[in-house]
Design a protein around this ligand. Structure first.
Ligand SMILES: C[S@@+](CC[C@H](N)C(=O)[O-])C[C@H]1O[C@@H](n2cnc3c(N)ncnc32)[C@H](O)[C@@H]1O
Length: 256
């Protein structure tokens, strides 16, 4: 039986403030069909009613669709390269405005805050960390992590920036206070301007090509000249010059 995705996209847009039209269709539909089945629904009309009535079903749907996988210092060697680049950049820009877009649990934004602290780099304002998923943003603001989420955090940073209690790691307030979390939909919402660094990793892989291309242009427009766009390990930009960007490494682009 074919499922009425058009109805469902409209419904999620209106009722959940979630615009699914920009996501890769086949991949998205597979995920929706699978999470719907897990909830015991047979049609999308039925599934939407369940989402409406049952907060747990709603949460399962949102968690499954948004895919919140993340890590501190994700892809460590790449992050080390980024750390070196930040130090170089700070010579041109003594005070930097930073955005972690699609930040999930905040691990990426907090990793940057630790780097800023470690090298005593200056921020123009708090790191802006945004995501479409309000539940994950609540978690991010709490700054509490389980041991398996800490695997990439070096021992020195663990003791400098976290307090541990019964296997839970609590971020210290000096790092927590460096990040401001906000709900933001990369497809539907406006972008702020004048960033020196934009980090957006492991989310454009879910978007259609035309949406991705539009996003690259908008990220570029939001950077100051000489600013850096840091993207995911599998998200290399072909012909970055089209967007006014210059490749400086496999995952980093400089605004021309
Ligand atoms: C796989 S995680 C990536 C987290 C982090 N950037 C990293 O690389 O570790 C993808 C994140 O993108 C968010 N997301 C999905 N669609 C989005 C959209 N349209 N706008 C903003 N965030 C979105 C999800 O909620 C999820 O937290």
């Amino acid at each position: 039986m074919s499922l009425n995705y058009e109805f469902f996209y409209e419904w999620t847009n209106k009722n959940l403030n979630l615009n699914l039209a920009g996501y890769k269709e086949k991949q998205l539909q597979r995920r929706i069909a699978s999470v719907m089945k897990n909830a015991g629904a047979f049609t999308l009309e039925d599934y939407s009613k369940r989402i409406e009535k049952d907060e747990t079903v709603k949460q399962q749907f949102l968690d499954y669709i948004t895919i919140n996988v993340t890590d501190f210092f994700r892809n460590q060697d790449i992050f080390e390269e980024f750390e070196s680049e930040l130090k170089i950049l700070s010579q041109t820009f003594p005070s930097m405005k930073v955005w972690s877009a699609a930040c999930s649990t905040g691990a990426e934004a907090y990793s940057m805050a630790m780097i800023f602290d470690k090298h005593q780099l200056r921020m123009a304002e708090k790191i802006l960390a945004t995501d479409i998923d309000e539940t994950i943003l609540k978690r991010a603001k709490e700054g509490m992590y389980k041991i398996h989420e800490m695997k990439n955090v070096p021992a020195k940073e663990r003791s400098a920036y976290f307090d541990e209690k019964e296997g839970i790691f609590y971020l210290k307030s000096n790092i927590k206070n460096k990040v401001q979390f906000k709900r933001h939909d990369l497809i539907a919402d406006k972008f702020q301007k004048n960033f020196h660094i934009i980090v957006c990793r492991n989310v454009t892989i879910y978007f259609k090509n035309e949406v991705k291309e539009e996003l690259y242009q908008r990220f570029s427009d939001s950077l100051v000249k000489g600013g850096i766009f840091f993207t995911g390990a599998t998200e290399a930009i072909y012909s970055p010059e089209i967007y006014g960007l210059k490749k400086i490494s496999a995952f980093m682009y400089e605004k021309l």
